[in-house]
Design a protein around this ligand. Structure first.
Ligand code: DAH
Length: 335
């Protein structure tokens, strides 16, 4: 019996000393010192032994218990000071990065556009989301009852207030309050009374531009737009200037970019045409100058309006404009 105790002592000592974690140490304690341990069984069987043997084995059992108890404490201290705060925690695992959020892709796109235009000498102007007929239409040479108004399906609030259908009214507000030279961009959300599809939203973002001074030519408009597109999409971007019509510019143009989603082979974003319309532009119509009290004989200028969402689609490879307003975190985190 005494031999067996010695052997148990050696085994338990080795196990206590080699335990590498607090959890391991705890299972060593249960095995050698716990209620069901061999040592405890011997201790409980003492009463059945002859008195001589009981005395010697009893002493050996007590000594062993004390010895192992002290060793257990030592091992515990060793593991705790080695940075093992609680059982089962692996401190070598890399931490989980908290997600700190990010800017919406449309915000990032707008900031990019703003910085390019600031570099070209434009400053930012703002206007109200709720407009009146005069600024949204009349002053832009779109009189009441004129069929051109059908081009903008309008959400009216009452007879004379509406949600702006485009950013062009900011042109009027700026010209009403200042004299040329004027070189502004006006970013903002616009509203249309129409149903959305992959490339048309009923709410979307536009960026309007206006430059008014003496002797402004169409060539300058073209130069600024080409410079802008190249800054944005790279020097190799393919553009297409088409003749267009807008009541507030004459002549007018619409500018398309070769679809960067499908490289021109046709997809849902470009409706299979290979081209995406990104902006309308032109030379400010003399009637617009008259509406704000400028002399069309003295001043000339150009204006443009571009679709921020479409540009964001091209920049991020997104093929459905509606995703930008859904606020699905799975989408927002991905792009
Ligand atoms: N306001 C137009 C629209 O909503 C876009 C536009 C076209 C703005 C031509 C302009 C322009 O300034 O010159 O569709």
């Amino acid at each position: 019996m005494l031999d067996r105790l010695k052997e148990l002592g050696r085994e338990a000592t080795a196990a206590l000393q080699s335990a590498a974690t607090l959890m391991e140490l705890e299972s060593v304690r249960v095995k050698y010192l716990g209620r069901k341990s061999e040592l405890n069984q011997v201790s409980r069987g003492l009463k059945d032994l002859e008195s001589d043997e009981r005395r010697s084995v009893g002493r050996a059992v007590n000594e062993l218990k004390n010895e192992l108890g002290a060793l257990l404490e030592q091992s515990k201290e060793r593991l705790e000071s080695a940075g093992e705060p609680s059982a089962g925690l692996d401190l070598t695992l890399p931490g989980r990065m908290p997600w700190v959020g990010g800017k919406h892709p449309l915000t990032r796109t707008y900031e990019r556009l703003e910085s390019i235009f600031r570099g070209l000498g434009f400053e930012v102007a703002l206007g109200p989301d709720v407009e009146d007929d005069f600024h949204n239409f009349d002053a832009l040479n779109i009189p009441a009852d004129h069929p051109a108004r059908d081009g903008w399906d309008t959400i009216y609030i009452d007879d004379d207030s509406l949600l702006r259908t485009h950013m062009s009214p900011v042109q009027i507000r700026v010209m009403e309050s200042r004299k040329p030279p004027i070189r502004i961009i006006a970013p903002g959300r616009v509203y249309r009374n129409e149903s959305a599809d992959a490339s048309h939203g009923s709410e979307f973002y536009q960026l309007e531009g206006l430059y008014v001074d003496r002797d402004v030519r169409f060539g300058e408009l073209k130069g600024v737009l080409i410079r802008f597109m190249r800054e944005l999409f790279g020097e190799n971007v393919t553009l297409r200037f088409r003749a267009g019509f807008f009541p507030f510019t004459e002549p007018s143009t619409e500018v398309d970019v070769k679809c960067l989603i499908c490289q021109g082979s046709g997809c849902s974003v470009c409706s299979g045409t290979g081209w995406v319309e990104l902006l309308g532009a032109g030379m400010v119509d003399p009637r617009v100058f008259e509406a704000v009290g400028y002399d069309p004989g003295e001043f000339s200028g150009y204006a443009f309006g571009l679709g921020v969402d479409r540009i964001c689609m091209m920049m991020t490879g997104t093929d459905d404009i509606r995703l930008f307003l859904e606020n699905d975190l799975r989408f927002l985190r991905q792009i």
